[in-house]
Write a protein that binds this ligand. Structure first.
Ligand code: A2H
Length: 253
């Protein structure tokens, strides 16, 4: 990681329908507030291409009151950071309404803010770190090698991952075009590096580096408000527009 703080964008993904196990634990706990999963991303310009959203099955998540109207699902660590960044009112105050294991969140349907697919499912990912972001990783398989490979693993072994295959059925959506890899940069790089599974962490780190540089320096937006512009130009404008809409916010750590 770099020396300075990472400037993430928090993406608010409203719950559309709880998985039964999540409903059992969380129903009635939000006190009438609207509940959102909050994903932390460094690539807000790719959010048009969300196809699902990942949690770590062994991680603990909390339901946190953000204000009178909203509650967020994220790790306790992220809620504490949000409290000190003034995202929670009153500032510095953490009110945890419930706690739940990631495994029970899988199968919940959410509204994918800004995405071409309006609703997507919460699915499991092996390598979600408890120590980074919110513990919620929204999945953009067109541009993230980790997201693409995890989606392929889930499709190959739905029983092993305890998911309904229909939850992983949405295909990658072209969002950014790059001269070297075309409209689906991450799948092309995963194929080129012969990556087989999300357990190939070394090759995935290399793929992530290539995809990130290629998208940022050479990418052109294929969709959205800034279609036709370079990613370098569009990135900050997409982020600002998302934040202005109320479904995204600045989050640093
Ligand atoms: B990124 P950095 Cl399209 N555990 O968002 C594992 N990964 C996490 C995480 C956690 N707790 N929290 C966030 N992330 C992911 C989009 C994206 C991302 C694209 C391409 C690359 C990419 C869609 N997923 O990340 O270590 C999130 O995925 C590669 C840079 O702080 C977040 O941005 O650099 C990124 O990792 C932050 O990782």
């Amino acid at each position: 990681e770099g020396v300075g703080p990472q400037e993430y964008t928090g993406i608010k993904l409203e719950v559309a329908e709880w998985a039964p196990a999540a409903k059992e634990v969380l129903a009635d706990k939000a006190g009438g507030r609207t509940v959102y999963f909050v994903a932390a991303t460094l690539r807000p310009e790719t959010m048009y291409g969300q196809t699902n959203c990942f949690v770590g099955t062994a991680l603990k998540y909390g339901l946190f009151a953000i204000n009178d109207k909203e509650a967020y699902i994220c790790t306790y660590r992220a809620a504490r950071n949000m409290a000190y960044q003034g995202i929670i009112t009153p500032r510095g105050h953490i009110e945890q309404l419930a706690e739940i294991e990631g495994a029970k969140l899988v199968g919940t349907r959410i509204k994918a803010a800004f995405a071409i697919n309006p609703e997507v499912y919460i699915l499991p990912m092996d390598n979600v770190l408890a120590t980074k972001g919110t513990g919620v990783v929204t999945s953009v398989p067109s541009d993230s090698p980790d997201d693409y490979q995890t989606l392929m693993d889930l499709r190959k072994k739905p029983e092993f991952y305890k998911i309904d295959p229909s939850w992983a059925a949405i295909d990658p959506v072209p969002v950014i075009s790059t001269p070297t890899y075309g409209d689906l940069t991450a799948p092309a790089i995963v194929k080129q590096l012969k990556i087989q599974s999300q357990k190939d962490t070394k090759q995935l780190a290399e793929a992530k580096e290539i995809a990130y540089k290629e998208g940022f320096y050479n990418g052109t937006m294929l969709v959205g408000e800034f279609k036709g512009e370079s990613v370098q130009e569009a990135k900050i404008k997409v982020r600002e527009s998302m934040i202005n809409s109320g479904l995204a916010f600045a989050y640093a750590e």
